[in-house]
Design a protein around this ligand. Structure first.
Ligand code: HEC
Length: 218
């Protein structure tokens, strides 16, 4: 009877229609974002690396290149840079061998549960340091304390040595336990860490320490 005086805000058909429009719009937006994300996180190829095409997640063969971390004034944070070639465990890895090594590293990181103590790309536990950029951690540079302590002459050998015998090289108040990592698994893990450091994470983690000369990929 008194319907005439009701404002639009109390009209049930109005709210029903609004809900349908908002749900429809949000669904389309989510579908679009999903496809956009899939494109962004798809791993690049060896040819991308050879042709200097930048991908957020480079191919496994990125282990054959120097990784740097450089401030991008355009983006307002640091981004990984892929520099000139460098040997990794004394050689250049083919696309298949690099992919296999990276795969072994990923599997080992899961079976040994690194995330139980560390964070990887921000996921995991906060007991031990984030490993996203561990490869370019200044501690592992030629002049860094970790490198010197292991007595190895390359970064990859130094990290592999530490992973196999962490309790021999305690640096912090907390110690990383012996996880029974074999020499092959350690190699895989170092490839995994090196590859992860090359992923463009929009500047995560922030204010990360810098290796001397890393900006121009020495
Ligand atoms: C039980 C906890 C624990 C687990 C599991 C663990 N870590 Fe650690 N890790 C630590 C602690 C604590 C440190 C710091 C020790 C130090 O620096 O002396 C550390 C240090 C490190 C470092 C050196 C830090 C840096 O910034 O370079 C690396 C690399 C590393 N861990 C890799 C791994 C990997 C790879 C795995 C899985 C295979 C793993 N950790 C599993 C506790 C753990």
């Amino acid at each position: 009877m008194a319907n005439k005086n009701l404002s639009v805000w109390t009209s049930i058909p109005f709210w029903r229609r609004s809900a349908a429009w908002v749900t429809g719009f949000a669904s389309i937006l989510l579908i679009w974002l999903t496809f956009d994300t899939l494109g962004q996180i798809t791993m690049g190829t060896d040819d991308d690396l050879k042709n200097g095409v930048t991908k957020r997640v480079p191919a496994a063969t990125v282990i054959n290149y120097k990784i740097g971390y450089e401030m991008s004034t355009k983006r307002g944070h640091e981004v990984p840079t892929i520099g000139e070639k460098e040997p990794f465990f004394g050689k250049e890895w083919s696309a298949d061998d690099a992919a296999d090594l990276l795969h072994l590293g990923k599997l080992t990181s899961q079976t040994k549960n690194c995330m139980n103590c560390h964070t990887l790309l921000g996921n995991g536990a906060y007991y031990a340091p984030d490993l996203t950029k561990a490869w370019i951690d200044p501690a592992w540079s030629k002049t860094g304390p970790m490198m010197a302590m292991t007595g190895k002459s390359t970064k990859e050998e130094a990290i592999a040595e530490f992973l196999q015998h962490p309790s021999t090289y305690p640096t912090h108040a907390r110690m990383m336990p012996e996880l029974g990592i074999t020499a092959d698994e350690a190699k895989g893990l170092v490839a995994f860490l090196k590859h992860m450091s090359s992923i463009d994470t929009n500047g995560f983690p922030r204010n990360f320490g810098k290796e001397e000369g890393s900006t121009n990929a020495h």
